[in-house]
Design a protein. Sequence first.
Lengths: 63, 485
Amino acid sequence: MELPVVWANYISVALFLILGIGVWTIPKSAVVPEEYSGQTWRDLRWWATALIAFQILLYGYFS
Amino acid sequence: MHPIDLAVVLAYAALITFVGIRISQQIKTAKDYFLAGRSLTWWVIGLSIIGTNVDTNGYIGASGNAYSIGIAQANFEWIGAIPAMIIASLIFIPLYWRAGVYSIAEYLGLRYNQAVRVVAALIVTTVSVFAMGVAMWALAITLETFMGWPIWLGILTSGTVVGLYSIAGGLGAVAITDSIQVCIMFVCGLIIVAIGISDAGGAESFVSKLTAANPTHLSAYLPADHESYPWHGVILGLGLVLSPAYWVGGQAILQRTLGAKSQWDASAGMMFAALAKTFVPVLIVFPGLLALVMMAEIDYPDMALPWVIKNVLPVGVSGLMFVAIIAALQSSIDSSINSTALMITRDIRHVLIKNHDPDSDLKIGRFLTLALLLTAMSIAPYIGDLGGIFNFLQFLLSLFQGPMLALLLLGALTRRATPMAGIFTLVSGVVLAALLSVVWELNLLYVAFFSFCYALPTLWIVSGFTEPHSDEHLENLTYSPWRGR
């Protein structure tokens, strides 16, 4: 309760980092169907990583 | 309204109706109607999810909130959405898809038992009917404000347009028209940003004018003692409980992913929606900030967006922006009607009526869509008087979210959760949430968080003493890629 507001940004960034690590614990086979396995853009873990990186930038900027 | 603006509005109504009716010609079965024949591609699903998510309360209300509290309003689109959408995309959508269900309530019925399915469907259905009435009323108010139409004419016209494509075309028509509507919304949002920043003298000037009088308006979080949005409440209640409950368990949102042409399209659709969601503050937060920078003379914050439309946008574009607001509402109403009709047809009727005829699902679904639309139109003019009832229903739904999320999480991610523990946790969790809310008068963000904190261990512990489903039954109902499945 006593933490300054900026800690909310730090916590948000930390949560997004944890989520980013969690995303990469999911095996590729569970995310990309076999027929698409040669197409990197179909790997949704990269989509998630880009989204998370952008969120970290936003919470870094608006602190 | 200027004749050019009026022409833009009429052209939009004609386009949406034409597209919806064209798609309706492909409807042959209940699966075509409720799940678009499992034919939707990822980008249509993504745009449709955003169309369903952004409504006029979100549009006008969020702009008003941004006028009052600044960029902190964007938390509802960022930490209050993106993490849950990523989790939904990678874990829950593949699970629902593999289970082959039509609804989240149906999944809960398979994972736990039919009692959980019916309770979930009844609560969501009841709240949805009133929510549709509110949306219809808000649409009529918008039409009255901008075009001077009487409330009854606004309800009749908007109900007819929504009804023409959603009754005939089902989810396919709803998803395609949603996509068109979201594109219109984003085009209008970008035009407002371009004109607004230009009028303010550039981006740097915009920021300095904004923060000169409102130094906290570019801070993502508000102080811990803020009455409505304390930062820890936003992270714990919104980010960790309410948002996942909405994105992982919201039928209107997830129905279009269940209508995907493949599991990958379903997951990619949600991920694409998350990308679009990141930029939704451009549509709904920026106008509120712009009204502040331009020192708008308005009586209350919710007038920020109407002020921007009237005073900043040129003729033609203001008509398009007006269309965007109508589109936001229509895309939420049509999605709610379609998903509610589905839940009544399958999750309530199929369970409670033992000798139901599955072949009549399409006919009953269309009839229910019409009935729900007429009900929403009938109660819409009286929504102001029904405010107490609606608030009660919203309150009821908020009590349900924490325990429901616990059931979905443990049900999907482990094989431990049992049917008896599911019912016990759901009922006791809702009772606890009611006590926290009524007796201790906690903010609903904290009620959601604490009821979830109760429900998760309770479900785990009680499951240890009760009979689980067999591993064979749970094979397609739990997510376990780490076990090499």
